[in-house]
Design a protein around this ligand. Structure first.
Ligand code: RB5
Length: 149
C-alpha cells in the first residue's frame, strides 16, 4: 500500500510526525508537501495528493490541515475519494470497516500527535467489512457516477 501524504502549514508539524511513523513501519509513501510552516493554501496540497490516488500512483491519502476539515472538503471533490475527518479511534476504525475510507484527514490544531498516530495505526490496519457496507459504498459510487463527469 502506497500512501499520499500532504499538509498545509497548519498541519506541517503533525504531518512530519505521521511521516516518521510511516517510515518506522517501512510503509511506502510520497510526501506531496508542504515543506515548512510557511503559510500556503491547503487546497493546493490536498488536491495534488488526492489526484495521486485518483491516478493510481497512490492507494490512499493522509491529509493534514488545521482541522482536517478543509482537506476533507477538497479530497471529496475527487472521484473515488472517500475522505474521513476522524476525531477519535472509534471513528478511525469504522471509517475503514464501514466506509472503506481511502483518505484520512487530521487536524494539526485539533489533534495531539499521540492521538493522531493511534488513529493512523487503526486506519491503516483495519480492513473493510464489505457485506451491507459494501452495498452502501456502492450507492456512493453510483452517486459519483451520476454527478462527476
Ligand atoms: C489555515 O489557517 C486553516 O484554515 C487550514 O489549515 C484548515 O484548517 C482549513 O480547513
Amino acid at each position: 500500500m502506497k500512501i499520499a501524504l500532504a499538509s498545509d502549514h497548519a498541519g506541517y508539524a503533525l504531518k512530519t510526525g505521521v511521516a516518521e511513523y510511516l517510515r518506522g513501519r517501512g510503509l511506502d509513501f510520497t510526501d506531496f508537501g508542504c515543506g515548512s510552516g510557511e503559510k500556503v493554501d491547503y487546497v493546493d496540497y490536498g488536491a495534488t495528493a488526492a489526484q495521486a490516488v485518483v491516478s493510481g500512483e497512490c492507494d490512499r491519502a493522509i491529509l493534514v490541515c488545521g482541522t482536517g476539515l478543509g482537506m476533507a472538503i477538497v479530497a471529496g471533490k475527487f472521484k473515488g475519494l472517500r475522505p474521513t475527518p476522524c476525531a477519535c479511534e472509534y471513528a478511525a476504525e469504522v471509517s475503514r470497516s464501514h466506509n472503506d475510507s481511502n483518505c484520512l484527514t487530521l487536524g494539526g490544531r485539533t489533534h495531539t500527535l499521540e492521538l493522531a498516530l493511534r488513529m493512523v495505526r487503526i486506519w491503516l490496519d483495519t480492513p473493510f467489512e464489505g457485506g451491507r457496507h459494501g452495498l452502501r459504498v456502492q450507492k456512493i459510487r453510483d452517486i459519483e457516477d451520476r454527478n462527476f463527469k
